[in-house]
Ligand binder design. Sequence first.
Ligand SMILES: [Zn+2]
Length: 166
Amino acid sequence: MKLATEADAATSRRYQIAFDLVTRELGITHYPHTVWLTFVDEPPDVQLIGFGRVLRKKEQGAVNNKIIDGYLKMKINLHRSSCNCEDCQRENGSFDPLGTFCHEMVHVKQLISGELSRSPLGVKWRDHFYKPHQVPRYEDMPWEHEANRLGALLAVKVKAAIAATK
Ligand SMILES: [Zn+2]
């Protein structure tokens, strides 16, 4: 897997460290997909979209003018608190971009491995199929439980790895 980021060099470096560690820990380094990570300043705070399709024309510039077939686009809102510096955001507890990244990467694992898939007919999670009216509430979704639990464990490791490079 590859990571494409639209950010300054220091931020890109931090998320590359996070990406390498998380994809290794989740056992997904061998997939051919690119995760395209962008930082935005408008809601929603995080969005994971665009699995397995060719980039549209207007999106191509952000990934060095390449057409990427099979990618996931992750948007993280870094400007949610009054100060958009990542350290301040972590300190005031309003938002944790690296922790969010780890959480979303667990969803990337669920999607590319086929554990989780969605269609107009419903949601498939491992050997369960939920019709639209059967889909659990957000706080009861088993894929969210896994993303919360694994994402938190990964975030601890990621932050230690980044701190070790300073
Ligand atoms: Zn989630």
